[in-house]
Design a protein around this ligand. Structure first.
Ligand code: PMP
Length: 305
């Protein structure tokens, strides 16, 4: 098979993919003590551009700081490494995956004096939510409580929660799941944030406390304010209020903006939304977002690297 990601940037060097393998006694493999990023680059009229690279790398450093993983490079150097990996890849619209972890050194739970490893690869991935609009079910599994870990860091261990939820999908026919927090308010999808539209003029989204709240959420809040003159409000949204909205959509680096056509809540009540309609506000927001990532929005060209 032809590998289209032949090069990986690892600890300062561009190496061949097969030389980047790790030992099975790698600390990280045993304790899920590592952090990662999920960055997207797009083909644009002015060559390939990486969307909000600076913010992604800021989050990578924040997540690493939370786990006490000391990255021996500056944010600028890591940004440059991402650009170099993109230049070496053979396609123009892919994902970049930086990871920071501990290697094969020691096995103590507390990683005394261990050296952080950093690797950056790029690869092509299928569309994360493959339909134009998705049918969603509220999951039985709750979002991890924010006092048990830092939910706002992209820590690998946190993803045990998302993966557990995603396993439920294979038992039912829904396209995606929605997690409630431990107080039974809507939190987010396993890999997306969520927005709701009310009376065509109000946009609500869950508060920051129980979600990973970063790049796409921030982009949408700014774009909606700029283009529609609507200030997004953070709200506590219990499942019984889902029928107060006429539209809703997921957002995320992988999901981009994906309209939701229904959410079945925990009491098996199916709430139907018109977000899929070509005239819906969700579709307009989706278009503005896709224009922004593909170099068509003058004001936001500085989001592309
Ligand atoms: N929530 C979770 C749990 C996620 O994994 C992601 C994907 N990174 C998001 C939200 C969306 O975050 P972003 O827009 O920063 O990619």
């Amino acid at each position: 098979m032809k590998i289209k990601t032949p090069w990986i940037w690892k600890n300062g060097e561009m190496i061949e993919r097969d030389s980047a393998l790790e030992h099975n006694l790698t600390h990280t493999l045993h304790y899920w003590w590592w952090v990662f990023e999920w960055i997207r680059f797009y083909e644009t009229p002015v060559w390939t551009k990486i969307f909000r690279l600076k913010e992604h790398i800021e989050r990578l450093f924040y997540s690493a700081w939370v786990l006490d993983l000391k990255i021996p490079y500056t944010e600028k150097e890591i940004m440059q490494a991402c650009i170099d990996v993109v230049k070496k890849s053979w396609e123009k619209s892919w994902y970049i995956r930086p990871i920071v972890y501990y290697g094969y050194e020691k096995m103590w739970l507390y990683p005394w004096w261990m050296k952080a490893q950093i690797a950056i690869s790029a690869w092509k991935w299928w569309k994360y939510l493959s339909k134009d609009s998705v049918e969603v079910k509220v999951s039985k599994t709750r979002r991890i409580h924010p006092t048990t870990t830092d939910i706002n860091a992209k820590i690998c261990g946190n993803y045990a929660n998302s993966i557990l939820v995603s396993l439920e999908i294979h038992k039912e026919w829904y396209d995606e799941w929605l997690l409630l927090d431990t107080e039974w308010y809507i939190a987010e999808g396993p890999g997306e944030n969520i927005f709701f539209i009310k009376n065509k003029k109000e946009i609500h989204t869950p508060r920051i406390w129980t979600i990973l709240a970063w790049i796409t959420r921030d982009s949408i809040i700014k774009l909606v304010k700029d283009k529609f003159w609507i200030i997004v409000k953070e709200r506590l949204i219990p499942p019984y209020k889902l029928n107060e909205y006429e539209e809703c959509f997921f957002v995320g680096t992988a999901a981009e903006v994906t309209p939701i056509s229904s959410i079945t809540d925990i009491h098996w009540i199916k709430n139907i939304y018109s977000s899929w309609d070509p005239d819906s506000i969700s579709k307009k927001i989706q278009k503005i977002y896709l224009d922004t990532v593909s170099w068509k929005e003058e004001k936001y060209l500085n989001w592309l690297h």
